[in-house]
Write a protein that binds this ligand. Structure first.
Ligand SMILES: [Zn+2]
Length: 179
């Protein structure tokens, strides 16, 4: 379930878009995934990662999750998780298998990979932290792993992640250390 980033009404899934039930704004699908912000920020990058690098990234994501995050964060059935910069999304798949309600967001170029892997448009989307399609207080946990060290506008990005209106009371934020 997504909500309109502009007016926060529920969105309706159409074959090629999500449409706001209140203001009628439409958010198109690209490669089968919804784009809530279509700015340079999310659409201009195209890394074309090799399968070898994708496999390394996938293993790193799963290791962080299994050996570090799950034992420390007390994840339970129904925990609402958002991974900002989720990459291939292996952690989201694993969290959902464990009973969490986990969503992943990343840049547009990642949608090719998500499509090839058969991931759900109801769990993966393209946006920035400034236009999240969720209501206030929706998430118990926001993850930002292996991301912040690649961000040039660190201050505003950190504020976007940590101060997002979507955090719930007592929520947690997980991110990597950086020098
Ligand atoms: Zn709306």
């Amino acid at each position: 379930m997504y909500w309109c980033p502009s007016c926060l009404a529920e969105l309706v899934a159409l074959p090629e878009a999500f449409r706001c039930s209140k203001c009628s704004q439409e958010f198109p699908l690209k490669n089968g995934f919804c784009v809530f912000e279509d700015s340079e920020l999310v659409s201009s990058l195209d890394y074309g990662l090799s399968q070898e690098k994708l496999d390394i990234e996938r293993e790193a994501l799963l290791s962080r999750l299994r050996f570090y995050l799950i034992p420390r964060l007390g994840l339970r059935c129904g925990t609402r998780v958002l991974s900002v910069g989720c990459g291939a999304g292996s952690d989201i798949e694993e969290l959902n298998l464990l009973g969490s309600e986990a969503y992943g967001m990343d840049f547009l170029y990642r949608t090719r990979e998500w499509k090839a892997r058969g991931l759900s448009k109801h769990r993966f989307f393209v946006s920035s932290t400034a236009r999240l399609p969720f209501p206030r207080g929706h998430f118990d946990l926001i993850l930002c792993m292996g991301v912040i060290e690649h961000v040039s506008e660190f201050q505003s990005s950190a504020e976007g992640i940590c101060c997002t209106r979507q955090r719930a009371p007592g929520f947690s934020t997980g991110t990597t250390r950086f020098a």
